[in-house]
Design a protein around this ligand. Structure first.
Ligand code: ATP
Ligand code: MG
Length: 507
């Protein structure tokens, strides 16, 4: 075997000590030992050397085994402590074991001695291995925890059924809470809107099949019921035997990125606005040319000898009038920009009040066209900062668009239908919504991205300038809001203004 063994022997008799060593050497150990017989000697031996095993006599003139055991325990060493003694009673033996001795051997039964030593050495070896494994486990757990808490993404651990068992602090913050109680114990799908459930299944199934799913865009419902845009990845965690035990779901909040993307799309759309000035010149030039031409025609007609026809004059005058109207409309729309900022003081105003003002200008027209106007105004919505006249113009533009859409549908679609426009105001925690809904002709899908561009119009020349929405958009943008459309051809259009709630100064 030739195993080296450092032995500390607590024994007053050199002979007995050497006898122990002899047994050990016989068993194949290469022994090196020190014999001590007082507590100071033992302490010094423990402090200055490392030992594989301690053998101790039961009682000695200047020392005893219980005191030795106390010193051994205090040293927190985990090496076998075996008592080798003369006959002792049952009680004393139990006492020794309780005090921390691993075993005891009677001096007159040394046949057991080496097997006890062997057994205790291997037990101690096992204990040390286990302790080392525990330290490694603790270290890896710490590393894992540091990883989870240091990650800028929210990390959720769920069991194989999808029940959340652990959430990182960032995960809590993303969800909008500071306690894991709001999440742990719940099924993960609870935080996913109905229309995203398929995508969640995709994540779980993909992870189960391939071990991971990466960067899947999915929306979650936050604690305050608002939606959160995320990019989510998941990986499977395994136990020591390679069996899957849990999912680690990594959630990145991409709301800001999405907003930025939206803004980019908007600013793309609105880039045209900067070119508006040259556009305006062009737009006004066209009707002016048409007017000049019509005037030319009339003058030539007058200069000729023939009698001028009434019909001819009427046709030309209509054309001139239409084109003048077109120019006036363009000017009406852009007046908002040409006025100085002092003409448009910003203050807190009531959205509903502004809507009512706009309506007073257009409601007679609606009656005339048999348009049913439905008001659904929430009088609890707070005031907003901005200019009430500009906002009125936005509402007027939207109502005019809705009216035109209804009349166009009436013209194109033979079936009779009840023309109706609904104006709705409502709010949630952070935002105020103003909707204008019509059951008119709708916007062609391909046109949805273009409707806010300056001069984009589907209306006949003289009827639409294509400025209404681009002007409305810049007014709403000034108020830190947005305009969104949803529309279905021949069914109707919803135009939605979304404003952020602000702390407003009293008017
Ligand atoms: N409620 C709506 N229903 C159907 N189409 C709409 C609606 N609102 C806007 N549109 C479409 O968007 C286009 C652009 O609207 P915008 O208000 O900017 O200009 P316009 O209405 O054509 O001209 P103007 O506002 O000068 O009368 C319209 O020509 C129309 O095709
Ligand atoms: Mg319009």
């Amino acid at each position: 075997m030739d195993q080296k063994l450092s032995v500390l022997i607590i024994e007053d008799s050199q002979n007995d000590a050497e006898l122990n060593v002899l047994y050990l050497r016989k068993a194949g150990y290469i022994v090196n030992f020190i014999r001590v017989e007082t507590d100071e000697e033992m302490k010094e031996a423990l402090a200055t050397n490392t030992w594989d095993i301690i053998l101790s006599d039961y009682s000695m003139p200047k020392f005893d085994v219980l005191s030795a055991l106390a010193i051994y325990q205090a040293s927190e060493l985990d090496i076998p402590f075996i008592v080798v003694s003369g006959a002792i009673g049952e009680t004393k033996a139990v006492e020794m074991i309780k005090a921390g001795a691993h075993d005891y051997v009677l001096k007159d039964n040394m046949a057991r001695f080496t097997s006890v030593v062997k057994h205790e050495l291997s037990e101690a070896h096992l204990r040390q291995k286990l302790a080392a494994a525990n330290v490694a486990l603790k270290k890896s757990e710490e590393r894992y925890r540091t990883m989870i808490s240091a990650s800028p993404d929210g990390i959720f651990i769920t069991d194989l059924k999808g029940i959340i068992t652990e959430v990182s602090n960032v995960g809590l913050a993303i969800y909008g809470t500071d306690t894991s109680k709001d999440l742990v114990g719940f099924h993960f799908s609870r935080f996913v809107p109905q229309d995203e459930k398929n995508r969640l299944d995709e994540i779980f199934e993909g992870t189960m099949m391939d071990g991971l799913a990466q960067n899947i865009e999915i929306k979650f419902i936050k604690m305050d019921q608002t939606l959160l845009a995320t990019e989510t990845s998941a990986t499977m965690l395994h136990d020591a035997f390679g069996r899957p035990v849990s999912y680690m779901i990594i959630i990145r909040d991409i709301t800001q990125r999405k907003n930025l993307e939206m803004q980019l799309i908007h600013s793309d759309r609105m880039a045209g606005l900067g070119e508006m000035a040259s556009g305006i010149a062009h737009e006004i030039n066209q009707p002016l040319n048409t007017i000049s031409m019509a005037m030319d025609n009339i003058l030539m007609e007058i200069a000729s000898d023939e009698n001028i026809q009434k019909d001819y004059l009427k046709k030309k005058s209509d054309k001139i009038f239409n084109n003048i109207t077109r120019i006036r409309n363009i000017i009406d729309h852009i007046r908002v920009f040409s006025w100085g900022s002092d003409d448009f003081m910003t203050s807190a105003f009531s959205i509903n009040g502004s809507i009512m003002n706009a309506l007073s200008m257009i409601s007679e027209q609606f009656k005339h066209h048999a348009i049913d106007l439905r008001l659904n105004l929430n009088d609890q919505i707070p005031q907003v900062n901005g200019n009430t006249y500009k906002f009125e113009q936005v509402i007027l533009n939207l109502l005019a668009n809705a009216r035109d859409a209804l009349l166009e549908k009436e013209e194109k679609q033979p079936d009779r239908f009840d023309k109706s426009i609904e104006i709705k105001t409502f709010d949630d925690d952070q935002r105020i919504f103003v909707e204008v809904n019509d059951n008119g002709i709708g916007i062609k899908e391909g046109n949805l991205n273009q409707v806010m561009m300056p001069f984009f119009t589907t209306k006949d020349p003289g009827k639409g300038t294509g400025l209404g929405l681009s002007v409305s958009y810049s007014i709403i943008k000034e108020m830190n809001g947005t305009i969104e459309f949803s529309s279905e051809r021949s069914v109707g259009t919803q135009t939605r203004i979304i404003l952020q709630k602000q702390t407003v100064k009293a008017p």
